[in-house]
Design a binder for this molecule. Structure first.
Ligand SMILES: [Zn+2]
Length: 330
C-alpha cells in the first residue's frame, strides 16, 4: 500500500513537469534545428552584435548573434535626500554653494523632480511677467509673477528651509531659500512676510510666505528662482506658471541652461547663438574714449574696423563720441 501511494505521489508531482518539458522541446524543435541542449551553453556561446535604444532612456536591448536578445537596464534617477542636506549647507549665506566649481557639473544631469511620495505645487500661478534673461544691465536670474501683497506663496517641492531673512539680501528683500530632496534649490523673493525659519522641513504646497514688494521691486510680485548646485537656470524649463503645472516628472538639466542667455523654449539655433554671445561677452574689451579720439583712430589702435565697433555698440558710423565714454572694441 505504501509503495502504491509513493508511486501515485511521484506521478502526481512529476507529470506536470514532464508536460512542461515536452511543450518546451516542441517549441524549440519548431523554431530551429540544431539548438544546443541547455540555456547555459547558449549564453556562453552567444556574442552581442548590436545594442538598440528603446523609448525608455534607461533601458537598451542587446541583440545576440543567435538571434536572442535581452534588456540592459541602467540606474534610474530617484529622489534621495540622504546627502542633499549635509553638504554645502549654510543657513547664513544667501548662496550656499559659494566655491562649488561649475566644472564638476556634467553636461547633462537627470533630475527626478517628483515621485509617489514627493509632490509639486506651483508657488504662485500667473503668467510670467518678466523672465530669466539679461535685463536693465544686470542678469535677472528668475521669473517675476505678479500678485497682490498678502497673497499666499507656496513651496514648490518638499524640502528644508535653508535661508530665511530680510536682512542684507541685496535686491531680494524678504527672501526664503528652500533646498529640496530632488537636489534643487528654489528662491522666493520680495515677500511681505516670511512664515518659516531655517532648518524647518516643508512639504510641497505649504504656504511659506506672503507676497509683497520688499527689496529691489517696483510693485508686488514674486521673484522665483530655481538653482542647481547654486547655479541658476530658467524656472520655465520645469514649470508652466501659466497653467500652474510641472512640465514633467523627470527633468534633464543641460549644462548649457546654466547661463543667463539660455531660455526655455529656444531652438537649437537660438541656443547656438546664445552660446556664441556668451563666448563673445567673455572676450569683450572696452575702451574709454580720450580727447582727440575718433572712431577711426580707436579702430586702428585695436586692430578692428569702424563698422565693427559701431555694430558692437549699436551706434551709427557718424556718431559723435565724447571723452570718458566707454566703447566696446571687441
Ligand atoms: Zn525678479
Amino acid at each position: 500500500m505504501k509503495k502504491i501511494l509513493s508511486l501515485f505521489l511521484f506521478l502526481a508531482i512529476s507529470l506536470p513537469i514532464f508536460a512542461q518539458i515536452e511543450t518546451d522541446d516542441n517549441y524549440f524543435e519548431d523554431e530551429e534545428e540544431d539548438l544546443p541542449e541547455t540555456d547555459s551553453t547558449r549564453t556562453a556561446a552567444r556574442i552581442a552584435i548590436d545594442t538598440l535604444r528603446t523609448h525608455d532612456k534607461y533601458t537598451d536591448v542587446i541583440i545576440y548573434d543567435d538571434q536572442t536578445w535581452e534588456y540592459l537596464s541602467y540606474p534610474r534617477p530617484g529622489i534621495d535626500s540622504t546627502s542633499v542636506y549635509d553638504r554645502w549647507w549654510n543657513t547664513e549665506l544667501l548662496h550656499a554653494y559659494q566655491g562649488y566649481s561649475k566644472d564638476s557639473i556634467p553636461a547633462e544631469v537627470d533630475i527626478l523632480l517628483v515621485d509617489e511620495t514627493h509632490g509639486f505645487k506651483v508657488p504662485w500661478q500667473a503668467k510670467v511677467h518678466s523672465g530669466f534673461r539679461w535685463r536693465h544691465r544686470r542678469p535677472h536670474y528668475g521669473v517675476d509673477l505678479s500678485l497682490d501683497t498678502g497673497d499666499s506663496v507656496r513651496v514648490a517641492f518638499d524640502g528644508v528651509v535653508r535661508f530665511s531673512s530680510g536682512y542684507k539680501t541685496g535686491g531680494y528683500g524678504n527672501l526664503i531659500v528652500v533646498r529640496h530632496s530632488n537636489g534643487l534649490e528654489t528662491y522666493y523673493g520680495h515677500l511681505s512676510k516670511r512664515l518659516v525659519i531655517p532648518g524647518e522641513p516643508v512639504k510641497a504646497g505649504e504656504v511659506i510666505g506672503l507676497g509683497g514688494s520688499t527689496g529691489r521691486s517696483t510693485g508686488p510680485h514674486l521673484h522665483f528662482e530655481t538653482r542647481y548646485k547654486g547655479q541658476p537656470f530658467d524656472p520655465e524649463h520645469i514649470i508652466d506658471f501659466d497653467q500652474g503645472a510641472l512640465r514633467s516628472a523627470l527633468f534633464t538639466l543641460k549644462k548649457d541652461y546654466l547661463n543667463i542667455y539660455s531660455h526655455y523654449g529656444q531652438t537649437e539655433q537660438q541656443v547656438a547663438k546664445a552660446k556664441a554671445e556668451v563666448a563673445a561677452a567673455k572676450q569683450a574689451q572696452y575702451y574709454k574714449v580720450r580727447k582727440g579720439d575718433t572712431l577711426g583712430k580707436i579702430a586702428a589702435r585695436h586692430g578692428t574696423s569702424v563698422s565693427r565697433i559701431c555694430k558692437l555698440n549699436g551706434i551709427k558710423t557718424n556718431k559723435v563720441i565724447r571723452p570718458g565714454q566707454k566703447l566696446r572694441v571687441r
